[in-house]
Design a protein around this ligand. Sequence first.
Ligand code: PGA
Length: 254
Amino acid sequence: MKKKIVVANWKMNPTTLVEAEKLFDGVKKKASRLSNVQTVLCPPFVYLTELFVTYSGNKIKFGAQDVFWEEKGARTGEISPLMLKSIGVEYSIIGHSERRELGEDNDMVHKKVLAALKAGLYVVLCVGEKERDDNALYLSFLKEELQSALIGVSKNQLNNIIIAYEPIWAIGKGAKAAMQPSDIHEMSLFIKKILVEKYGKSLGLKVPILYGGSVVPTNVETMFSRGAVNGFLVGGASLDVDSFDFILKHVNNN
Ligand code: PGA
């Protein structure tokens, strides 16, 4: 069976280390009881080391919310994949829509993917359309995002790729705005088809596909049973221990 994954994207939260430690403490207790789901925590860069060094368990993996495409040099404010590796971080979110909104384009996302893979990180590659249109142009938009990011990614490296499908219009909007499970299913099939065309059936179908966009305790059940995804990328709900625990447990037990 394919691994089930839940990624917590804390984004630019919380505002103090004390709060971050408290949140981590809560999540740690809950996640440490679950064996059927891989929990990946992506706190802000500044908290990564602090939280990582205090963690002696093995159930939670750590991820960054972004990574730069070069290994070192004169790049003020950037963090390289080698730096992440050196402190024990194993994952990086790449191409999140909130970064694309700040000007990150497909070419930059592509360079980041290659650099992260070269360093041996797992890549949580975010793709998703801004809006839906009657002519289904959003499908070609999504295809382009996916194909451009995967140029030069070898069959071997594909093992380290996780796709997070996040329709931008459904992010951070609350349970009602989240996508219908049948639509998630459809998009997950569409992504699988693109992967199979490029890598063949056996490899293409192995790539985990996550859904992200207003995943909360009240909708996780139908999304997981009918959405045909391997897990979720959770923003807002990952900042509340009980909500995140509910989502984790649901994915773990089903
Ligand atoms: P949300 O965020 O769960 O708050 O909608 C998801 C994301 O942007 O990764």
